[in-house]
Design a protein around this ligand. Sequence first.
Ligand code: EPU
Length: 335
Amino acid sequence: MNTQHHVDLAQLTTFHVHATAETVVSVQSTDDVIAVLRSAPSNVRILGGGSNILVTGDVSDVILKMEIMGRDVLHENENTVTIRFGAGESWHDSVAWCVDQGYGGLENLALIPGTVGAAPMQNIGAYGVEQERCFDHCIGIDRSTLQPHTYRAEECAFGYRDSVFKRALRDRVVITHVAYTLSKRPIVHCDYADVRQELDAHAITAPTIADIFRAVVTIRTRKLPDPSQIGNAGSFFKNPVIAADHAARLHAAFPAMPSYPQEDGRVKLPAAWLIDQCGWKGHRRGDAGVHVNQALVLVNYGAATGEEIHVLATEIERSVRERFDVALETEVNRW
Ligand code: EPU
């Protein structure tokens, strides 16, 4: 356990917005987590890779920086292996390690910034796969009882960028470990158009998990800004899911609008397309902007404040609502 005071949050979050945290405690074990929660029961915020947070002011709450590391094989047979990762492990490095071992299931989720502990929280997903596909369980410390609890997939209520940890258990659990069951005889998922095109470009007809991994890394590197170069937190908004009749009206007015019918009859729309149509792509105001290649990604070109990015996001939301009557919901959490 290591405590620091007056820490600039720009180095701890991928938006790289300056703000001062009064106290940051780095934790390396479950006992550390319990000790921090015991010492400051009501005002602890949890920080992983800082890749889904927009800081809009100084933070006086204690920040618990998750640094529990490690990977343990829990079960293994000839077909599958279950591995438990410390919540502080880098997500991408963990995926890369699985691919190196020949363990399949998470390869479509390569290069997503952040830590393993944050993955179940918002059920991270990309290129046709969500982490729930391989999720076995996670262990979390209940913030009121300070007891560890094992959460199986059924208890997690995973949905699109959603889980019980964002709803009924919001701010009530500190995830310390996450276990995934991976396949030693993987079936690859390459239906997503971008992935298909990338494989076709290299004439790969029978892709391995390593091929998928490389394709996803190439696509993301081409399309999305690297947070170490330009501050950002990936998709700023979720893709909205709207009623079928609303989607039909929009299609009549905007025949080129892409849309994805959902199992429940509703329709998911790409927020990037809606924002793009409102003319925001590449927009820049001071150092806050909308990425030139992906309208869903807000960026900090250097000295933007969290408030400036927040104001920009609010204006984007308003213009999408006015033009399409669609409410955007943020994926990024505001601190
Ligand atoms: N599009 C535009 N303008 C743009 C960008 C995209 O019109 O500036 C259109 C594209 O033509 C396409 C559609 O929007 O028809 C969807 O675009 P894309 O395939 O790039 O995916 P997305 O829906 O914008 C989602 C995830 C990403 C994930 C990709 C790939 C959400 C909120 N975002 O983006 O996740 O990497 O799919 O699977 O679901 C993240 O969550 O931080 C993230 C980056």
